[in-house]
Design a protein around this ligand. Structure first.
Ligand SMILES: Cc1cc2nc3c(=O)[nH]c(=O)nc-3n(C[C@H](O)[C@H](O)[C@H](O)COP(=O)(O)OP(=O)(O)OC[C@H]3O[C@@H](n4cnc5c(N)ncnc54)[C@H](O)[C@@H]3O)c2cc1C
Length: 512
């Protein structure tokens, strides 16, 4: 006979990390709603495998002796050990660890690690849902809904993507002014058991391999735009959700195998009158907090870029240095200049993110009020430093490409196809004429240039550059955030004091 104690639910903290195999097995059970080139594909379609290999790395890392301390965390809700990508930042150390985890894992896969959209969206919704309930004097349960959802998300080690970017239609018009009201996702019906939403979110990275889609608003919203102030989560195969995919894989290789094979996907997510039950709704009609949720996702995501862009900078620096070596120009002055430029962009981006982590607080910037407490106490990176870092690295994307192009010469544009190199008649001739560096085997040189082509002169390069430039918001958006939040008046006071126009104000010398 069972004792009373034995019947109690076990509440002892436990480890809640899945393996990559368990994660992929879970995806196999999902409804088919992925469209690629006009046909429905499975989540484990061969074309998705490179992307799954990248995401799988986030699961492996939680068990990797070298990475597990960085890539796991203790849930503030349950005390369970969870994958850090499911964690809510409790303090500045968590922000440092997210940045360092992102850089480490992006180094491992040589590109975007793909799981940061989920952690950034959950952290934004965590704060905004809490504040919306406060505004509604306890008449809504958004935060309770979110915590219930988050507990399941953490305990089952789920992958979240973030659907923020709307179609936006006529760019200079607000959502309510659009000719077609569906240009921004909005609530079309409120029912007793949930809401019905319509619209389309685009460029949504890794939605095709996510378990859950977190939907948040794109922009600031007026009191007349309450239907657009909606945040919720649905499974990625939810009834009524259609995904139209772009798949960006590195070029496959037959003979010259790579150390890591990755890729990524983006989806148009069409919400065709989708029903969302209330317990999955985290904001509905609170326009101020809808706008704040949009800003917060962008802020957390720009902070994530201070981990991923430096890792991509690490790859770019390695590419530049090795290309210069293989071309025999490594010791020239202009190569030194370019390498210094790569390192400056990479490490200033990292340093800005490090400072944003170190200065993190449970506060947000509100125009006219400055920095004010926001959310249930979870930690938010400093906005100025997260934005300047992201802006610097985003604007540098094409400069970095220009330097890669300059160092390589024309080789990447006309490099022989792998099948030609493997043709027995051509192989000795091509190996002879592809050999530029007596210090390296021709096989290693071929492998190197094939990778160089992936990063600088391929069908992968274009979408990669666009993502590195626009992801988390275009540089123009960061410029707006920086100039509207930075204390420019303090700098004016400083100059007026030196010029003898006015007295120094308290704090002008010491405030950062
Ligand atoms: C590869 C990739 C992956 C991405 N992943 C995600 C993701 O996972 N989730 C997600 O939510 N989003 C994602 N994004 C979207 C990204 O955040 C947006 O691309 C970015 O915010 C810019 O929006 P947009 O593409 O609509 O361009 P637009 O905003 O249309 O910008 C085009 C131009 O118009 C200008 N412009 C736009 N509006 C105005 C205005 N009102 N006044 C003056 N000028 C204006 C811009 O400054 C820019 O010069 C991704 C994008 C890419 C490229």
């Amino acid at each position: 006979m069972k004792t009373k104690t034995a019947e109690k639910i076990d509440t002892k903290p436990k480890a809640c990390m899945r393996t990559r195999e368990q994660y992929i097995e879970g995806l196999r059970t999902m409804r088919r709603n992925l469209y690629y080139r006009g046909r429905l594909i499975d989540r484990d379609d061969e074309l998705q495998m490179p992307t799954l290999n990248v995401m799988g790395t986030t699961f492996d890392a939680a068990f990797d002796p070298e990475l597990k301390d960085l890539c796991t965390a203790t849930s503030h809700l349950t005390g369970n050990t969870i994958n850090r990508f499911c964690h809510i930042h409790q303090n500045t150390d968590d922000l440092h660890r997210k940045q360092n985890m992102t850089r480490a894992l992006c180094r491992k896969v040589g590109f975007c690690i793909q799981r940061c959209m989920g952690i950034d969206a959950t952290n934004a919704v965590n704060a905004a849902s809490y504040e919306a309930d406060k505004l509604n004097n306890g008449n809504t349960e958004y935060h309770k809904n979110f915590i219930k959802w988050l507990t399941n998300f953490q305990n089952n080690d789920l992958v979240g993507c973030c659907a923020q970017t709307d179609i936006k239609g006529e760019r200079l018009k607000r959502p309510i002014e659009q000719t077609d009201p569906d240009m921004y996702l909005h609530v079309v019906e409120r029912k007793s058991d949930g809401i019905v939403v319509r619209g389309c979110k685009l460029h949504i990275s890794e939605a095709s391999i996510a378990d859950e889609i977190l939907v948040v608003p794109t922009r600031a919203l007026g009191p007349d735009e309450k239907d657009y102030a909606v945040a919720f989560a649905v499974p990625a195969d939810h009834e009524g959700v259609k995904q139209v995919l772009s798949i960006h894989n590195f070029r496959p290789r037959e003979h010259f195998k790579k150390g890591f094979s990755g890729g990524y996907t983006d989806s148009y997510l069409i919400f065709d009158d989708v029903f969302v039950p209330w317990d999955r709704v985290f904001l509905c009609g609170e326009n101020d907090h809808g706008g704040m949720c949009a800003l917060l996702f962008a802020l957390f995501h720009r902070h994530s870029y201070s981990g991923c862009k430096p890792a991509i900078g690490d790859v770019m620096t390695g590419l530049a240095s090795l290309a210069a070596k293989h071309n025999g120009i490594r010791k020239t002055g202009h190569i030194r200049e370019m390498l210094a430029e790569f390192i400056k962009i990479t490490e200033l981006g990292y340093a800005a993110g490090y400072t944003a982590s170190a200065m993190g607080k449970p506060e947000v910037y509100v125009p006219g009020l400055g920095s004010v407490p926001y959310g249930p106490g979870s930690c938010i990176p400093n906005s100025i430093y997260a934005n300047v870092g992201r802006c610097l690295t985003g604007e540098a994307v094409f400069e970095e490409q220009e330097m890669l192009c300059s160092i390589a010469g024309g080789l990447p544009a006309t490099f022989p196809n792998e099948a030609d190199i493997m043709n027995p008649e051509l192989r000795p001739l091509l190996e002879k004429y592809l050999n530029r560096n007596p210090g390296a085997s021709v096989e290693d040189q071929i492998k190197f240039w094939m990778l160089y082509i992936d990063y600088s002169c391929s069908g992968f390069t274009g979408p990669m550059n666009y993502g590195n430039y626009h992801g988390g918001g275009s540089p123009i958006m960061e410029q707006i955030a920086i100039t509207s939040q930075y204390d420019i008046k303090l700098r004016e006071n400083l100059v007026n004091y030196i010029a003898g126009v006015e007295e120094l104000k308290p704090g002008t010398l010491t405030k950062i």
